[in-house]
Ligand binder design. Structure first.
Ligand code: CP
Length: 307
């Protein structure tokens, strides 16, 4: 199976993956569990091919691979260090990698739709690790797993998403997953210039998920169960948007406006949109969220490699 879009995951597929993720989390707590996991995929290999910088996605996929016993072959800065720099097409690259017998090829690329192009021709399972402003499905999986593991549900939640909602792929995908479940309400907090796309608003309407838009951070975070914050995606801004500012910072004062049992999430990296003195608050879950990335990617690789 290729993993190109979060749309591929219906409720059953999500919960099946979450159950496996919980089992892996438990297994990792004991030496015997870790040994069993590390024996699962010996003599198999995965390949990571990143044409864009990454800390979490690449390292967690590679660590997930090692913990499951895979050999891991990696190219970071693939635009520079792979033969893409000599003009090789993605299609030809896939044709070559198909001959190497990988269990999965994990790709990040700056161009929206490029991973779909790779998946169209590849016989090897392709995992989208982020394609420009398009999708980052495994981020959506770890985001929803984090919400689920904190609340025990993915319905009847008020979720605030703030920051760069125009160029950020994570809030767009998360909104689409939340729309699969009942009685969720989404609050979008941004400047007008960085507002969520009309396509997402139309999608929410079609799926009977209510939403509101505001540029008032106090109104945005009050009463919400989940506060999902994002940085300005400087590397993706159109020429006309180069001077835009993020505008919304979560700090100690913002914490006072939030529910006592709210959770604060961020896909990371953070720039300055959440001040570091928020990190000690028990509601700050962004490092736990990043840790869940390893677990969910282990579950995904195990699923793909045992199909
Ligand atoms: N959240 C995320 O995708 O982080 P990286 O860009 O570091 O992989």
């Amino acid at each position: 199976m290729h993993v190109v879009s979060i749309d591929q995951f219906d409720k059953d597929a999500l919960f099946e993956l979450f159950t496996k993720t919980d089992q892996i989390k438990e297994a990792l707590t004991s030496p015997s569990g870790r040994k069993k996991l590390a024996g699962k995929h010996r003599d198999k290999q995965i390949c990571t091919l990143f044409y864009e910088p990454s800390t979490r996605t690449r390292l967690s996929f590679e660590t997930a691979g090692y913990k499951l016993g895979f050999g891991v072959v990696s190219t970071e800065s693939a635009g520079q260090f792979s033969s893409a720099s000599k003009g090789e097409t993605m299609e030809d690259t896939m044709g070559v990698l198909d001959g190497y017998g990988y269990s999965a090829v994990i790709i990040r690329h700056p161009e929206t739709g490029m991973i779909g192009r790779a998946a169209k021709v590849a016989k090897t399972p392709i995992i989208n690790a982020g394609d420009g402003a398009g999708e980052h499905p495994t981020q959506s999986l770890l985001d929803t797993y984090t919400i689920y593991s904190n609340f025990g549900r993915l319905d009847n939640l008020t979720v605030t998403m703030g920051g760069d909602l125009k160029y950020g792929r994570c809030p767009r995908s998360l909104a689409k997953v939340l729309a699969k479940f009942d009685d969720n309400h989404i609050k979008f907090v941004s400047t007008k210039s960085l507002a969520i796309g009309q396509d997402i608003k139309d999608f929410l309407k079609q799926n009977n998920t209510t939403y509101e838009e505001t540029s008032d951070i106090e109104k945005g975070v009050a009463g919400s169960d989940v506060i999902y914050w994002t940085r300005l995606q400087k590397e993706r801004l159109d020429e006309k948007d180069k001077g835009l500012a993020h505008g919304f910072i979560i700090d100690k004062n913002t914490l006072k406006l939030m529910k006592k049992d709210a959770i604060i999430m961020h896909p990371l990296p953070r720039v300055d949109e959440i001040t570091t003195d928020v990190d000690d608050d028990p509601r700050a879950k962004y490092f736990e969220q990043a840790g869940n990335g390893l677990l969910i990617r282990m579950a995904l690789l195990d699923t793909i490699a045992t199909e």
